[in-house]
Write a protein that binds this ligand. Structure first.
Ligand code: NAD
Length: 501
């Protein structure tokens, strides 16, 4: 299949063109490229043009079950789980090296597949590399046999890998989230079955090509099962042979996956949606803070789970702040993700665009003021899924202030004092990331700690750093943080050994 990208974009790397020229992208199971047993396939579109860029195998339950069997077999027989920790760490570093050597190829595939601004795709690829290196190094510092001093007993806790682990991930950060899941699990000696989102399976498949060609992992240690959520995703969530499950996506599907895991008593970590707030006090630099929030809500076209979507502004600067945001938001350059100068690309698909536009209509119908209109954006010669950024304002009981939109839409409201700012920020079922903005750092620390969320950020938003646990609570997730030592610990099975003396 040939892929046409607009003239204004940089040329595709030859390796990317030849990867995309494949007529059928097969899934990767047990070190082999496989089609669905029933021949099912699905199409992947470039969100920037609406053109088809790939046809991918759509696996069913029997295919997914075979992948889990392959992961279980590799866990028992490939030597991966019993390999010295340092050797596994070398394998992870070699995967990071291989991705680094093909940095541009991965960044182009990611940008094309999910409509991500090219520089943001590059940041995601770098994040994947950093994640692999972080967990490779961290795995060598774990105490795998921790002696416990107890009176009258010899005791210790030994830590082993669990077995096959499942990962179901969404379309907004496909490669970055694959790294967040796979790296700690592999570093701990587990084997993996990854189910990418149907809109964005290409970077995970390209990773399999690289791993396969270079022989970086024993067969069956990494498996990628492509397919639709209700078939391949459901099959992953229901398979009883997994020992751990990780789901990232919407709260609605998260519930289904958690229920299925609950029936099999498989521990699950869920990273779900968000409705984050930014609480802005009257002592901020208005221009700088407004720009920070405009950058946050337009970053990856607002398709960011921990985004600042409710902007709570102290009353005495409210009018000035709203005006500043409006003018900066209007200046955001919408364009093809791989074209120079584009600051905001499309949303991922037509359904997501309809969702964003629908929330604007519902919000206005529910009484919100339209500060900046938004709506569909038409780009000459491009049939992609573009939307303009929008600002709403008014009562925080509005549907657009309460539900996750997942687009470049922020909702503004005033507050009077610190107590009210915190109360409004916490008045949501979600609990992922909130931020506080003020030049008084003591107040910032107080407010950040008072948030009822997994993350509280100061004078910035969307700050996720390796080593600091990132997690959601309530409707935003359960099961603890990722990208931190806690995550590696999650992928190690503890066994307590005790001998009375
Ligand atoms: P989604 O829940 O629709 O899909 C996520 C994954 O689940 C996909 O791979 C999909 O194929 C699969 N799936 C769909 N139906 C399934 C089923 N019945 N059984 C098993 N799997 C199924 O989410 P999305 O629309 O792809 O992503 C957007 C959502 O993800 C937003 O709510 C966003 O906030 C959330 N998200 C959260 C984080 C986080 O770290 N907290 C990160 C990224 C995205």
């Amino acid at each position: 299949m040939s892929t046409t990208i607009p003239d204004q974009a940089a040329e595709l790397a030859p390796a990317v063109s030849s990867f995309l020229a494949t007529d059928l992208h097969k899934a990767y199971v047990g070190g082999q490229w496989v089609e669905a047993a029933d021949g099912s396939t699905f199409e992947v579109l470039d969100p920037g043009t609406g053109n088809r860029i790939a046809v991918v195998a759509g696996l069913g339950k029997a295919d997914v079950d075979r992948a889990v069997d392959a992961a279980a077999d590799a866990f028992s027989n490939s030597g991966w789980a019993s390999m010295p920790v340092a050797e596994r760490a070398v394998a992870l570093h070699r995967i990071a090296d291989a991705v680094e050597a093909r940095f541009k190829e991965f960044a182009q595939i990611e940008s094309l597949d999910c409509g991500k601004i090219y520089a943001q795709a590059e940041a995601d690829i770098q994040n994947f590399i950093d994640t692999f290196r972080y967990f490779a190094d961290l795995s060598q510092a774990v105490n795998y046999r921790q002696v416990i001093a107890v009176k009258g007993h010899e005791a210790w806790v030994a830590r082993h890998p669990w077995g096959p682990c499942g990962f179901i991930i969404p379309w907004n950060f496909p490669f970055l989230l694959a790294g967040w899941g796979l790296a700690p699990a592999l570093a701990a000696g587990n084997t993996c079955v990854l189910k990418p989102a149907e809109d964005t399976p290409l970077s995970a498949l390209y990773l399999c090509h690289v791993v396969h060609e270079l022989g970086l992992l024993p067969a069956g240690v990494l498996n990628v099962v492509t397919g639709l959520g209700e078939t391949a995703g459901a099959a992953v969530s229901q398979n009883p042979r997994f020992r751990r499950m990780s789901f990232t996506g919407s709260p609605e599907v998260g519930r289904l996956v958690a229920e299925a895991c609950g029936r099999n008593l498989i521990p699950i970590k869920c990273e779900l949606g968000g409705k984050g707030a930014a609480v802005v006090f009257n002592d901020v630099d208005i221009a700088k803070t407004a720009q920070g929030l405009v950058n946050a809500i337009t970053f990856h076209t607002g398709q960011v789970c921990c985004d600042a979507t409710r902007w709570l502004i102290q009353k005495d600067i409210y009018e000035d702040f709203v005006a500043e945001c409006k003018s900066r938001m209007q200046d955001v350059q919408i364009g093809y993700p791989m074209a120079a100068g584009s600051q905001m690309g499309p949303v991922v698909n037509a359904k997501q665009r309809a969702r964003v536009l629908g929330y604007l209509e519902k919000g206005v119908a529910d009484g919100a003021d339209l500060v900046l209109e938004g709506g569909a954006a038409e780009l000459e010669g491009l049939n992609g899924f573009y939307v303009k950024p929008a600002l709403l304002a008014g009562s925080l009981n509005n549907v657009a202030a309460r539900e996750e939109i997942f687009g470049p839409v922020a909702y503004l409201a005033p507050f009077s004092d610190e107590e009210e700012g915190i109360r409004l920020a916490n008045d949501t079922e979600y609990g992922l990331g909130n931020s506080v903005w003020s030049s008084d750092l003591q107040r910032c620390a107080r407010v950040a700690e008072a948030f009822r969320s997994g993350n509280g950020w100061i004078n910035s938003h969307n700050v996720v750093v390796h080593g600091v646990p990132y997690a959601g609570i309530g409707k935003s997730g359960m099961g603890g943080g990722v990208v931190s030592p806690d995550t590696l610990d999650d992928y190690l099975r503890p066994i307590s050994v005790v001998r009375p003396l």
